[in-house]
Design a protein around this ligand. Structure first.
Ligand code: NAI
Length: 396
């Protein structure tokens, strides 16, 4: 497929990494839609000054977005590919901002999709009668990356070996997966449908699971910098058992739905780690060893807040809970309810996370006097039975 132009939506770590990487790999103009706060202005100034946004570390690229704007009318038209690289809570609002400016035949999607992206995105397209536009999602962000200098330098700590994508219509995966491979510069596997991608979201297991293990017994007393735990390399045997329990429940959902849908892309957690990180894992023999000997995870600490000089507390508002529960674990758990699969491990983690997030992510429907359900669960989009869930996925 010939690409005339790509537009990246977002102004954070992943968006600023993707602009130069896509420009470098595809060689077409790449525009940036950055409507949040004064990001467009800051990126314009930073990249002009630095001669482009520079990606360093495990990936090297440097390019300036051709145009950076907070106005979708200036950057979305003429794009063959529009990529949202944003925290999942910003997907729906951003899609609503861009949807009327998409060209017929364009592809729009999210990297990463997180849970339930296809439900929310299909609804936005339907609201605007845009059945002339293709949808895609990626199972994860291919890079661990952080902005070093805003609008100028992004550092890539590690790259995954392969990432899966799903499309809607599903039959067009053969068109979009090779294009995403070119853009990202790494192999892109095919997931058969958006439901597979939702269940295959391993961040939903790893992030809330480890937060739970690390902090369920926290006594509310701030700790010093030297006591901030390593998030991945500090994984205990008990932590690995919690993660295995969550992964087993996703596999039970897969087993229940396997006869009706192709869910091959929904891999057990250890299998996913080995497939994604390959040689970066020195000892892949157990789930715990696959974490604690993974070079890509070296040095990464648990999210904390400094609550007094030199004193820290867990950051329960960090995306490991605030994103990975409503746009991850709670979605899979809601799917489990439709599939009639019991999920005691998920329920335990979600109950604990809900307490810290101040919202009940176990509920499946709005309840009188409470805030509406915030999670991107299928029930919120009118899919209230297993038959409806399967038929939506099979439409794809
Ligand atoms: P980020 O935290 O850098 O994204 C922040 C950006 O989101 C802001 O700069 C702004 O452009 C946008 N934003 C924030 N609030 C907004 C709002 N209210 N409305 C509209 N836009 C808003 O995110 P990052 O690191 O680029 O991650 C993007 C996605 O990739 C997330 O889902 C993250 O969990 C995932 N991910 C990131 C990894 C990384 O290493 N950066 C690794 C794996 C996954």
């Amino acid at each position: 497929m010939k690409v005339r132009k790509i537009t990246v939506c977002g102004g954070g770590n992943g968006a600023q990494a993707l602009v130069p990487i896509a420009a470098h790999n595809v060689g077409c103009p790449v525009d940036l839609y950055a409507p949040y706060a004064d990001e467009a202005e800051r990126i314009r100034a930073g990249s002009a000054d630095h001669g482009g946004i520079e990606v360093t570390g495990a990936v090297l690229a440097k390019a300036r977005p051709r145009r950076t704007s907070a106005n979708p009318a200036k950057v979305i038209p003429g794009s063959d590919l529009v990529v949202l690289v944003l925290p999942a809570f910003a997907h729906a609002s951003t899609l609503r901002e861009v949807v009327t400016f998409l060209d017929a035949g364009a592809w729009v999607g999210a990297i990463p999709a997180r849970g339930g992206f296809h439900y929310c995105a299909a609804q936005v397209l339907k609201e605007h009668d845009r059945d002339d536009v293709g949808l895609f999602g990626l199972q994860t962000l291919p890079w661990a990356c952080r902005i070093r200098e805003y609008g100028r330098v992004v550092y890539v700590l590690g790259v995954k070996r392969i990432v899966d994508a799903a499309s809607r219509p599903a039959a067009k995966i053969g068109e979009i997966a090779p294009l995403l491979e070119r853009v990202l510069g790494l192999p892109v596997g095919a997931a058969a449908n958006g439901l597979a991608l939702t269940l295959a979201n391993t961040g939903q297991l790893i992030h809330p699971g480890i937060m739970y293990v690390l902090f369920v017994g926290w006594d509310s007393r701030p700790f010093s910098a030297s006591d901030i735990p390593l998030f991945y390399h500090g994984l205990s045997e008990e932590g690995a058992r919690v993660l295995a329990g969550l992964s087993d429940e996703v596999q039970a959902i897969r087993a229940r739905l396997d006869t009706a849908l192709d869910l091959t892309a929904v891999r057990p957690l250890k299998e996913w780690l080995v497939r994604s990180y390959g040689d970066a894992i020195a000892d892949p023999s157990t789930l715990r060893s696959a974490f604690v000997t993974n070079r890509a995870y070296a040095g990464l600490e648990a999210p904390v807040r400094e609550v007094a000089p030199g004193r820290f507390a867990p950051d329960f508002g960090a995306r490991y809970l605030a994103e990975d529960v409503p746009f991850g674990l709670a979605v899979s758990r809601a799917i489990a309810r439709l599939a009639g699969v019991e999920t005691p491990a998920m329920d335990r983690v979600i109950t604990w996370a809900s307490m810290h997030l101040g919202r009940d992510y176990l509920s499946l429907a709005p309840r009188a006097g409470l805030e509406p359900v915030g999670a991107r669960i299928p029930q919120k989009y009118g899919l209230e039975s297993l038959e409806q869930l399967i038929s939506f996925a099979n439409e794809e």
